[in-house]
Design a protein around this ligand. Structure first.
Ligand code: SAM
Length: 318
């Protein structure tokens, strides 16, 4: 079979189920994966014959697309913040809104570092003695002790981007799912960054001391499960059917459970003035503000995503 015939057959099998741009994009992704050919190469080689083995791979993918399985699971990979990530049914497919959260974290930590550097420079120029005293505050020393924790790491998308943007930081990432941690570890080596992954149930506060003994963080980030069961019917069926329920859902009667626990965790394990970042449920912004005030955090700020939805929160430990 020629490439042009394969494409025609593929489009005909699923064109009624997806918008045409999406069908085109699926074909490009599958061609890249199975034929190792880019969109342009496909266009230039439409008369080229392809093997029976590759035809079968396209047929298998078509069947999975027919039952609305996300294409990222079918090809086993996706892109987040311009980096490649392996994904499978044990991890949530990283979302664009999480990229916005990561940008905010990077921006905030870089601002803090610049501020520190300026402060050190100012002190240095004041007099030699303060220069000597401020040596321990010098950015070169500061770099050694920047510690970040990501809670509910899934594919590892958040800590891996942070490690690539902030190479001086020490990063720990935790998840309750061993299967998710396996994927996250693969992604860390794929992207050549060093992260300490741990299996932790963050809701079990009796274990915190065991898992985080003698640790204090400058920054904690989390995109925890936050979708209420009652919101299930608003979601795309392929998300509900294929993505891991432990990554998504919380009980209707206590939707902020993870945020409350993590805020309490932060009070014990963040350094004074440490930063706490959350991705949040777009419908629960006001409730999140109230919760973090009650937990005594300061400078609580909610940020909207590009669609104008309350989606991220940042606050500071007093
Ligand atoms: C919404 S997903 C976020 C995944 C990833 N950070 C991202 O942004 O794509 C939430 C993650 O929290 C993990 N999780 C669920 N319950 C947990 C718990 N009790 N302790 C630690 N992690 C938990 C899930 O396994 C899942 O990987």
């Amino acid at each position: 079979m020629k490439i042009k015939d394969l494409k025609e057959k593929f489009v005909a099998s699923i064109y009624e189920l997806y918008p045409s741009e999406e069908v085109q994009s699926f074909f490009n992704l599958l061609s890249e994966k199975h034929l190792g050919m880019s969109r342009i190469e496909i266009a230039l080689n439409s008369e080229k014959s392809i093997s029976e083995e590759n035809i079968s791979k396209f047929e298998a993918a078509t069947q999975r697309l027919k039952s609305f399985e996300p294409v990222q699971y079918i090809i086993g990979e996706t892109e987040f913040y311009g980096l490649p990530f392996k994904v499978n049914k044990n991890v949530l497919i990283p979302r664009p809104e999480t990229e916005e959260l990561v940008s905010w974290v990077v921006e905030s930590l870089e601002k803090r570092r610049e501020w520190r550097e300026k402060r050190v420079e100012k002190k240095e120029s004041e007099n030699y003695e303060s220069k000597r005293l401020s040596a321990s505050l010098h950015p070169d020393n500061y770099r050694d002790c920047e510690k970040i924790l990501d809670i509910g790491t899934g594919s590892g998308c958040i800590p891996i981007v942070l490690a690539s943007k902030l190479p001086e930081a020490e990063i720990i990432a935790v998840d309750i799912s061993m299967e998710a941690l396996e994927v996250a570890k693969q992604n860390a080596s794929l992207n050549k960054v060093n992260i300490d992954f741990k299996k932790v149930d963050i809701l079990n506060s009796d274990n915190w001391n065991l898992k985080f003994k003698n640790l204090e963080f400058n920054c904690i980030v989390s995109n925890p499960p936050y979708v209420r069961e009652l919101e299930k019917e608003l979601m795309e069926p392929n998300v509900v059917k294929y993505e891991p329920a432990t990554a998504l859902f919380v009980k209707d009667n206590d939707p902020l459970l993870f945020y409350r626990k993590i805020a309490q965790f932060g009070k014990e394990y963040l350094k004074p003035n440490g930063l706490l970042f959350f991705e949040i449920n777009e419908y629960l912004g006001e409730k999140m503000l109230k919760l973090l005030k009650e937990e005594d955090y300061s400078e609580i700020e909610i940020k909207k995503d590009i669609f104008g939805k309350d989606r991220m929160l940042k606050c500071i430990k007093k």
